[in-house]
Ligand binder design. Structure first.
Ligand code: ZN
Length: 145
């Protein structure tokens, strides 16, 4: 895979053996995880060996891309001193794994634990990244109330 030249304000990912599948998914607007081939343990972040059974065989699977906010911080100086602050959040995906990402399309004061969010794949500083934003009111919960 050719090295990406760093020109924008976002430091591009440098995929390795264990997370190449993840970034290949992002390039296709897909949020991917992987199950252990031995015991089905769903893993994130990726590491070479299953922490539960020791297997090194994995099966890549599509994740729903929905979850809830578990925790968050405001990063005042993300990668360069003059850059806008961004909200770094730990998202608990509906599959039960947690993922560090950014929250977009929401005011800081409106964020609360358990807030429902969904993934999108915008370009941020020239790099396509999985980013989470609040679930639109009538996309998933339509008809409940
Ligand atoms: Zn396993």
């Amino acid at each position: 895979m050719p090295r990406t030249v760093f020109t924008g304000s976002t430091v591009p990912p440098a995929p390795g053996r264990d997370d190449q599948y993840f970034w290949a998914g992002v390039a296709e607007d897909r949020l991917l995880g992987r199950h252990c081939a031995g015991c089905s343990y769903l893993q994130h972040p990726p590491s070479p060996m299953c922490p539960r059974c020791g297997s090194v065989d994995w099966v890549v699977t599509d994740l729903a891309g929905t979850g809830s906010v578990y925790s968050w911080v405001v990063s005042q100086h993300p990668s360069q001193p003059d850059e806008d602050a961004r909200i770094v959040a730990l998202i608990e995906l509906d599959e039960g794994i947690r993922m560090v990402s950014n929250l977009r399309g929401v005011e800081l004061a409106d964020i609360h634990p358990g807030m429902r969010v969904e993934v999108g794949f915008p370009e941020v500083g020239g790099v396509k990244l999985p980013q989470f934003s609040p679930v639109r009111e009538n996309s998933q919960h339509e008809g409940r109330r």
